[in-house]
Design a protein around this ligand. Structure first.
Ligand SMILES: C[S@@+](CC[C@H](N)C(=O)[O-])C[C@H]1O[C@@H](n2cnc3c(N)ncnc32)[C@H](O)[C@@H]1O
Length: 263
């Protein structure tokens, strides 16, 4: 068998169906938006993401799955036009308020999903899709990104097949089915004839991101679904045991940053 004979997208689709980590509906993201707006703008992730992009000759941005606009707002001063797309209307409302507060006037928003027709979505020099590629069919999403880009695509995807680190799962005594890891994306792109670059960046882990144990537990249960009393107690212990590691490299989430230039 040769690597060209492997249909990586089919493997991705099958593993995605089986994973414990179900994709969230827009209503869940609407409920998450206000809390996200309190933490995401000061994350180390934004700077690490931007540091890896060369903005020479980039005049327009399309930010897919933009959330509350942490990246759109930072890129807006570097380009002429920004279009920020998300299926959560609350995320976009907050993004617009954030832009107003900062007197940023070159961002327009589009309320749409990965699964909609993107007839009204403009093409842009740079297309980004940061931490938002929880899709049923990865090749469909990658083709959409590639079609919208005039010069460059940059996306990020969680490393390791789980949104919870192994230590958290271990203290909860939880067995999970991992989701497809980032390496599928590199291989699906290869199947599509695209040779992508790969790098890695970090964001704060959960016990650093959350300022109190209640928010920490809420975030784990948002990711995993309902959690029982014993799991709650185990998570409380984990949170307090790990407070000492806050801001240390023991509590970081790793993201693959995958990019390619249009030929
Ligand atoms: C983890 S946030 C990432 C926000 C921002 N890009 C960042 O990296 O900080 C994921 C975002 O993707 C959006 N999203 C999830 N599924 C989507 C879909 N099917 N279509 C469009 N947006 C989606 C969510 O509403 C949310 O704003």
């Amino acid at each position: 068998m040769k690597i060209e004979d492997i249909n990586f997208n089919e493997m991705y689709v099958n593993q995605k169906k089986e994973t414990t980590f179900k994709s969230k509906k827009k209503e869940s993201w609407n409920l998450k938006a206000d809390a996200m707006n309190k933490t995401v703008h000061r994350s180390m992730y934004n700077e690490e993401f931007l540091n890896l992009i060369n903005f020479k000759d980039i005049n327009s941005l399309l930010d897919i799955g933009c959330g509350v606009g942490n990246l759109s707002l930072l890129i807006a001063p570097k380009v002429q036009e920004v279009c920020s797309l998300d299926f959560s209307s609350r995320m976009l409302e907050i993004l617009e308020l954030n832009a107003k507060k900062e007197n940023i006037e070159n961002i327009k928003t589009i309320n749409a999903s990965w699964y909609d027709e993107w007839n009204n979505v403009p093409k842009a020099d740079l297309v980004i899709a940061s931490r938002c590629l929880e899709v049923k069919d990865m090749q469909m999403a990658l083709e959409k990104l590639n079609n919208q880009a005039l010069k460059k695509v940059v996306l990020t995807y969680k490393v390791g097949g789980s949104f919870l680190n192994d230590d958290i799962l271990k203290v909860m005594n939880k067995k999970i089915n991992k989701k497809p890891d980032y390496i599928y994306i590199i291989n699906i792109l290869y199947n599509m004839g695209i040779n992508a670059s790969l790098n890695f960046i970090s964001s704060e882990g959960r016990s650093t991101r959350y300022l109190n144990v209640e928010d920490f537990i809420k975030s784990v249960s948002w990711t995993l679904g309902e959690i029982n009393e014993d799991e709650k107690i185990a998570l409380e212990k984990y949170y307090y045991d790990n407070e000492k590691d806050k801001n240390s490299s023991n509590d970081l989430m790793k993201w693959a940053i995958i990019s390619w230039d249009k030929a």
